[in-house]
Design a protein around this ligand. Structure first.
Ligand SMILES: NC(=O)c1ccc[n+]([C@@H]2O[C@H](COP(=O)([O-])OP(=O)(O)OC[C@H]3O[C@@H](n4cnc5c(N)ncnc54)[C@H](O)[C@@H]3O)[C@@H](O)[C@H]2O)c1
Ligand SMILES: O=C(O)C(=O)C[C@@H](O)[C@H](O)[C@H](O)COP(=O)(O)O
Ligand SMILES: [Zn+2]
Length: 364
C-alpha cells in the first residue's frame, strides 16, 4: 500500500443504525472534522495518559477549526474501563454543556474506544462518536462493530451497549509508538480472524512471524485490512449478537475468565491467545477439529510470541468466572469451537470432564 492510499471498508447499518466506514491508511486525521459534521458545536476527545500529546494536538486542531473542543484524559488500558472513569467523563461532558448534536472522539487502544463508545451510548441516551484506534487490536476489532462497555469486579465487559460509531479512522502511523508487547497482543485478534474466517491471514503470518510482530512488516496493512473485513462482514449482518456474531468470541470464554482472574492486569489479546489454545483443544477433544488445525493454533500463536498457557491450579476459579460469560444461557456454558479451518460453530454444555481435559493441555 502506498503512503497516500486509503482503504475504505463499509459497515452496513442494521437494527436501525446508520452505516459507516472504516478508513485504513496514513494521515487520516484530516477526515475527522468532516466526520464530526456541521451540526456539532462541541467535541470531546477522550484519550489515555499514554497519548496525552496526541489527544491535546487533536483538541487544538479541532479548536482551530471552530469547535469548542475539550480533551478528557483517562487512565491507560483496563483502568479506564470502570464505572468511576465513565462517571468522570459524564461530569466533564456536563460541565462542557454537551448536547445531543455534539460528538465524542475516542482516541486510543480498545480499552479507550470501549469506554468512549460507552460514554457516547449513555450520555443523553446516545450521542454520535468517532473511533480513532491506535493499537492493532483496536483497529481490527474493538473500534469496529459497536460493542462498547466497561468491566465490573464480577466480570469483563458486563456493562455496556451496542452503539456503533459514525466512523473509524485507522491511521497506521499510530502503530509506530506502540510497545511490542501491545502490538503482539493485538495479533491475537488478527489470528482469531484467520482461524474463524480467513486462513490467508494465517498464511501471511506464518510466512514471516518475526516481521508480523512489527508495524514495519511487509504485510501489516494487509493483515489489518483482512481482519477488519472479517469483522465488517459479521457485524454488518448481526449487530446485536443474535447468532453469527458469537463467532467473534472465539477464545474469549476462557480469555475473559483469565482477565478477571488477573484483575484485568493481563492484556486482552494475551488472554484470548490462551483462550484460543483452549478452544482448539476443546474442539479436538469434542471430535470436531482435526489435529493439524488444532496444532496450528500452538505453532502460530507461539511463533509471534503470544502465550499458550495459564496456571493449572486456577481451573476451579476460571470455571466459575466462565459462568457469567454473555454466551451462557442459564447454567449452560457455551463455547465457540471450530469444525475445521474457518468453520466456527457453537459447542453447548460440554461434559465437565472434557472441559477439564482440554484445560489439561493449557494449564501449567
Ligand atoms: N468492543 C469490541 O468489540 C472489542 C473487541 C476486542 C477487544 N476489545 C477490548 O479492547 C481492549 C484491549 O485493547 P488494546 O489491546 O488496544 O489495549 P489498550 O487499550 O489497553 O492499550 C494498550 C496500552 O497501549 C497504550 N496505547 C494505545 N495506543 C498507543 C500508541 N499508539 N502508542 C503507545 N501506546 C499506546 C494504551 O494507553 C495502553 O496503555 C480490551 O478491553 C478488550 O476487552 C473490545
Ligand atoms: O465484536 C464482538 O462481538 C466480539 O466478540 C469481539 C471480541 O474480540 C471482543 O473482545 C468483545 O468485546 C467481546 O465481547 P463480549 O460480548 O464477550 O464482552
Ligand atoms: Zn476480543
Amino acid at each position: 500500500m502506498s503512503e497516500a492510499a486509503v482503504t475504505r471498508i463499509r459497515i452496513a447499518g442494521t437494527a436501525g443504525t446508520e452505516p459507516y466506514e472504516v478508513l485504513v491508511g496514513r494521515q487520516l486525521l484530516g477526515d475527522l472534522a468532516g466526520l464530526i459534521g456541521p451540526k456539532a458545536k462541541r467535541v470531546a476527545v477522550i484519550h489515555p495518559e499514554a497519548l496525552a500529546e496526541t489527544g491535546e494536538a487533536l483538541r487544538a486542531d479541532l479548536a482551530e477549526q471552530g469547535f469548542e473542543a475539550v480533551a478528557i484524559q483517562v487512565p491507560n488500558a483496563e483502568e479506564a474501563k470502570t464505572a468511576e472513569v465513565a462517571a468522570y467523563c459524564w461530569k466533564a461532558l456536563g460541565q462542557s454543556g454537551f448536547t445531543r448534536t455534539d460528538v465524542i472522539v475516542g482516541v486510543g487502544g480498545g480499552a479507550t474506544t470501549d469506554l468512549a463508545g460507552f460514554v457516547a451510548a449513555t450520555w443523553l441516551r446516545g450521542v454520535r462518536w468517532i473511533a480513532v484506534p491506535t493499537t492493532v487490536l483496536a483497529m481490527v476489532d474493538a473500534a469496529v462493530g459497536g460493542k462498547t462497555g466497561i468491566n465490573t469486579a464480577e466480570g469483563k465487559n458486563l456493562v455496556g451497549a451496542f452503539h456503533p460509531p459514525a466512523g473509524v479512522l485507522c491511521d497506521l502511523a499510530a502503530l509506530d509508538s506502540l510497545p511490542v508487547h501491545d502490538y503482539v497482543s493485538g495479533l491475537a485478534e488478527v489470528i482469531k480472524a484467520g482461524f474463524i474466517a480467513d486462513s490467508a491471514i494465517l498464511d501471511l503470518i506464518e510466512s514471516d512471524p518475526g516481521a508480523a510482530r512489527t508495524p514495519a512488516g511487509p504485510h501489516t496493512a494487509e493483515l489489518i485490512e483482512r481482519s477488519i473485513r472479517v469483522k465488517a462482514e459479521v457485524v454488518s449482518s448481526d449487530l446485536k449478537e443474535s447468532g453469527l456474531r458469537e463467532i467473534l468470541n472465539y477464545g474469549h470464554t476462557l480469555g475473559h475468565a483469565i482477565e478477571k482472574n488477573e484483575r484485568y492486569q493481563w492484556r486482552h489479546g494475551a488472554a484470548v491467545a490462551v483462550g484460543m489454545h483452549f478452544a482448539a483443544e476443546l474442539g479436538r477433544l469434542a471430535g470436531r477439529l482435526d489435529d493439524a488445525t488444532a496444532d496450528r493454533h500452538r505453532t502460530v500463536l507461539e511463533a509471534v510470541g503470544l502465550p499458550l498457557h495459564y496456571r493449572h491450579d486456577q481451573w476451579p476459579k476460571l470455571l466459575e468466572n466462565m459462568r457469567v460469560d454473555k454466551k451462557s444461557r442459564g447454567d449452560l456454558l457455551r463455547f465457540i469451537v471450530l469444525d475445521g479451518l474457518a468453520k466456527p460453530t457453537v459447542l453447548e454444555g460440554p461434559d465437565p470432564a472434557v472441559l477439564l481435559a482440554a484445560y489439561g493441555e493449557v494449564g501449567q
